[in-house]
Design a protein around this ligand. Sequence first.
Ligand code: ADP
Ligand code: MG
Length: 263
Amino acid sequence: ENSVAGGDLEVDASKMRVSQTEVAVQITDMNKWYGDFQVLKDINLTVMRGERIVVCGPSGSGKSTMIRCICRLEEHQKGRIIVDGKELTSDLEKIDEVRREVGMVFQHFNLFPHLTILENCTLAPIWVRKIPRKQAEETAMHFLRRVKIPEQAHKYPGQLSGGQQQRVAIARSLCMNPRIMLFDEPTSALDPEMIKEVLETMVGLAEEGMTMLCVTHEMGFARKVANRVIFMDKGQIVEENTPRAFFDEPQHERTRLFLSQIL
Ligand code: ADP
Ligand code: MG
């Protein structure tokens, strides 16, 4: 059922290129605990520029925590995370630099309800990036056109459907000109008929060469867009493969069990 919405996505694979040399994210022997509970165990992951990686796995396996560590919404305790050549340490200035490169889209859109769509998209560019309002608005309209809702610019989030709000959240991220986009189950709070419009937006980003790390159980999307699929269980990366090998010849019993439950 989960794979239905992404089943008939239009994807032009010939447009998608990966840089073989530039590393976007490098995670080495990374471990994280919440108190006594070890939530991530010896995570090793390299994301090349232009790569699109889908992360899946059972609820509670640590997918969100891993993603949140990459944009430093959570702190790891052991190992290294290097984003765009900058190591995530406790140096706050560097963290701000890294956050500037990384866009993040969550399950719940986290739009400001009292601001219009346009204001949601221009707030950070104006106040964090110090971009002149007129220019920020032009950029915002550019990205609202790209996610196909420019006509909603002067409405408030509550007046939009869930799918439209999630596309605003994507446009808002793009307004900060990120080099990497992280998605954490961006379609799992949406009604089925709205999933496709959000996935189409993500396919568009993939075709434009955006580096993407997506936690999603949309297996149609994974099959068509991902270079690699990563399966996590109990805080570990259990299996990592091309989509075809991952779905057609899963290596681990836990992966097979997971796939049998969602496909
Ligand atoms: P997933 O996204 O794969 O569902 P999460 O990364 O959200 O998994 O959570 C992994 C594990 O860490 C779960 O067991 C969850 O209960 C636990 N966890 C998540 N956030 C916290 C927190 N702030 N404090 C303590 N435990 C947490
Ligand atoms: Mg999660």
